[in-house]
Design a protein around this ligand. Structure first.
Ligand SMILES: Cc1ncc(COP(=O)(O)O)c(C=O)c1O
Length: 456
């Protein structure tokens, strides 16, 4: 049944029942699943997916931001098969290694802006962030500054859900009831220009959002702060793009205060924002550490990575043994697929396509004639559409409108997603073409009309 192309009504019924009876879904409304059943996707190709009934959808979100090279490419299937035929798996503990892990580490090390970067592999974004939250503390411990253990994050950040990563995630719902969380995390406001937390606009802005980091470090004591972590462009928190100058100032504050700067590139990395890495939109800004996942394999196999500076590595090396690693760190199948995926991104110039198609996508959405479209923002194919009840006052719908648009769009054959702040996510695969963008935006327009009608 797993590779089956078509499903009878009885089979679909049975699948829905088994899903409700047995499958605990990640980050989902469990009661909606029990009431309505799951949206079961059975097939994918390029920028589209099909459900078990054979209905076609534009994948307007590239699944969870990750399907960069598009769905079901034979070249990636071939790369996976060749690796499975050669060596399906072997671990990298106790000084073992495998060929694709070494090759991918070399490739990523040469790509990232960090000098002499060392690459550690994980299987997800959360594992990458957990890894680094441990490592920065260990780094300061080895430097005999072990009072430096606080990690500063930002409101509206998403860094994952595992026990460490979730402490840096600052979105509604992710903490309540899961306490006690780990100690040693603090936060500042994000650089959210559409409704600036400091009430500033472009003319009056003095990058108060970056100064907030300095103020926080001073308040906590710089001998207490280990690192600052930030998504260069916030994703799940509503596609938030800091002003020019923000990360230059953040970098300087971190350097001046002996605080490590971690760029969480789990969504941004490998071209999605129209540059290979999100942080490259702020010229000359080099993080000490980068965390990655998603686009490294376009989701064909689960893989995450951490890049850290040569200086950090030299410090970690002082210890006779490094006590951190996952069974599947450097999994050869994931790394072989990752290598092929990066080759495709480079050979097919998908970073440029993300830049050009992202510009077109924004323009087309901006041209839709709806008062509820308050802000269309994005870089490359990472676009957010913030919905408002009143464009002048920026008053919001209560309850939010985005979930209704998402449902209407799904009926019409377009997958999008509600993000924090009544914002719609648009992040289609980086192989998308102009006609496909036009089609998607046409459906979005129909979906907004339908949602407004449904809302009454
Ligand atoms: C910026 C960022 N960091 C970390 C994560 C966590 O990644 P994962 O779900 O693979 O654990 C995500 C997931 O969406 C993310 O967007």
């Amino acid at each position: 049944m797993g590779t089956q192309k078509e499903f009878s009504p009885a089979q679909i019924q049975a699948l829905k029942k088994a899903d409700q009876d047995c499958y605990l879904h990640p980050t989902s409304s469990l009661w909606i699943l029990q009431e309505k059943g799951a949206k079961i996707i059975a097939k994918g190709k390029g920028c589209k997916v099909w459900d078990v009934k054979g209905k076609e959808y534009y994948d307007g979100t590239a699944a969870l931001w990750y399907s960069s090279v598009g769905h079901c490419r034979p070249d990636l299937a071939q790369a996976a098969k060749e690796q499975l035929d050669q060596l399906e798996s072997y671990h990298s503990f106790n000084e073992f290694a495998n060929v694709p892990a070494i090759q991918l580490a070399q490739k990523v090390s040469q790509m990232v802006p960090i000098k002499n970067a060392k690459i550690f592999f994980t299987s997800s974004g959360s594992e990458s962030n957990d890894t680094i939250f441990k490592m920065v503390r260990f780094y300061w411990y080895l430097k005999e500054q072990d009072s430096k253990d606080i990690i500063i994050t930002r409101n509206r950040a998403y860094h994952g859900v595992s026990c460490g990563a979730v402490c840096a995630t600052r979105l509604p719902g992710f903490h309540e009831g899961f306490e006690p969380l780990l100690p040693g995390f603090d936060n500042i406001e994000p650089p959210y220009c559409y409704q600036c937390p400091w009430g500033k606009d472009v003319d009056s802005c003095s990058l108060e959002c970056a100064t907030a980091l300095e103020e926080k470090i001073i308040a906590l004591g710089k001998d207490k702060v280990a690192a600052f972590v930030a998504e260069p462009i916030i994703g799940t928190g509503g596609v938030i793009i800091p002003s020019p100058g923000y990360f230059e100032k953040i970098r300087q504050i971190c350097t001046d205060n002996n605080v490590l700067f971690i760029a969480d590139e789990v969504i941004n990395a490998f071209g999605r924002t129209g540059k290979m890495f999100g942080i490259e939109h702020w010229e000359g800004v080099i993080p000490d550490i980068m965390t990655m996942a998603k686009g490294i394999t376009s989701g064909y196999v689960q893989l995450g990575a951490v890049a850290l500076s040569g200086e950090i590595f030299d410090t970690l090396k002082q210890r006779e043994r490094f006590y951190h690693g996952f069974t599947y760190s450097g999994h050869p199948l994931a790394c072989a697929v990752g290598l092929k995926n990066l080759e495709i991104i480079e050979n097919e110039t998908l970073v440029d396509n993300a830049k050009n198609m992202g510009k077109l996508l924004k323009e087309k959405i901006q041209a839709l004639d709806f008062d509820v479209i308050g802000d269309v923002r994005g870089k490359g194919l990472m676009v957010g559409v913030e919905l408002v009840k009143n464009k002048e006052t920026k008053e919001k719908y209560d309850p939010p409108l985005a979930p209704l648009v998402v449902e209407a769009a799904y009926e019409l054959g377009l997958i999008t997603r509600p993000l924090i702040g009544d914002t719609l996510q648009f992040s289609p695969p980086m192989v998308i073409s102009e006609p496909e963008i036009n089609d998607m935006v046409k459906i979005l327009g129909e979906a907004i009309s339908q949602a407004l009608k449904n809302r009454g």
